[in-house]
Unconditional design. Structure first.
Length: 270
């Protein structure tokens, strides 16, 4: 019996250490950004603009492209992989179809100052939204603003869409219900929803308050954010909404399955 008690103690201690390590490293796991900066080389019409620092909030780098004619402007929020350069193919897709773009680099990544956090990135998204007229040197009415988020960026995009009014559309690519739900799917042995107490990204709580046209894109073989999380978020959303699932689609290859064309079709239909 003594060896059973000793074994149980070792298991409990090991589990506690594992949870403690996850707690300490949670920010590094959520924000594995690249330190070196990216440039919008090869992206047509794109320049780099800066939104000045504001009190405790650092300067924001934004990749800006003017729309052609009366096309809308897409406010783009990337995932947590790399920097804006990793998203060049998706961004070029917007530009080739004539859309304007304001893609936000994240604090603490791509050589940008500051430390990333949910509160910080959401504050930066609001600052970007409020500065859009200045970035484009003309009024960009809400009805010409499309909010687009990918992966982690869906948490920022959903929060922003819930806090503003009359935006043209909300597009969520590979979204989750809550960040901890995605973490528990990846680490089912950890109490992720307890550990991630300060990084909630609670899309499920916010989505029901959004009545703008919604498009959700998700691959059925997504191992980073399982498709059932995107489905559950879509089910909780208000109409009008559209869900497109891509059989065999993974987390980063939906363009190979037609997501780009589907996005353009959705926007042209509004």
């Amino acid at each position: 019996m003594r060896w059973l008690k000793r074994g149980a103690f070792v298991l409990i201690l090991g589990y506690a250490v594992l949870v403690a390590v996850f707690l300490v490293m949670r920010h590094d796991l959520i924000y594995p950004f690249r330190d070196f900066p990216a440039q919008p080389a090869g992206l047509s019409r794109t320049t780099v603009a800066l939104i000045p620092a504001d009190n405790d909030h650092p300067e924001i780098e934004v990749w800006v492209a003017e729309p052609l004619g009366e096309k809308p402007v897409i406010l783009y929020f990337m995932g947590n992989s790399g920097n804006l350069g990793v998203n060049a193919i998706r961004l070029q897709e917007f530009l080739l179809n004539g859309y304007g773009m304001a893609a936000m680099a994240y604090r603490g990544g791509g050589g940008r100052p500051g430390s990333p956090s949910e509160a910080g990135l959401m504050a930066d998204a609001t600052r970007l939204y409020d500065a859009l007229d200045q970035l484009f040197a003309e009024a960009v009415p809400p009805g010409r603003r499309v909010i687009y988020g990918t992966s982690l960026g869906t948490g920022i995009a959903t929060s922003l869409a819930a806090s503003v009014e009359d935006e043209m559309a909300l597009i969520l690519e590979t979204p989750f219900t809550r960040l901890c739900d995605a973490a528990e799917a990846a680490y089912p042995f950890l109490p992720a929803c307890l550990v991630l107490w300060d990084e909630r990204y609670d899309n499920l709580d916010r989505i029901s308050g959004i009545d703008t046209p919604l498009l959700v894109l998700h691959g059925t073989d997504d191992r980073a954010i399982p498709v059932h999380l995107g489905q559950a978020l879509f089910d909780a959303a208000e109409e009008p909404k559209e869900l497109i699932l891509y059989p065999g689609g993974r987390h980063n290859d939906l363009r190979l399955h037609g997501a780009g064309q589907d996005t353009m079709r959705f926007l042209e239909g509004l």
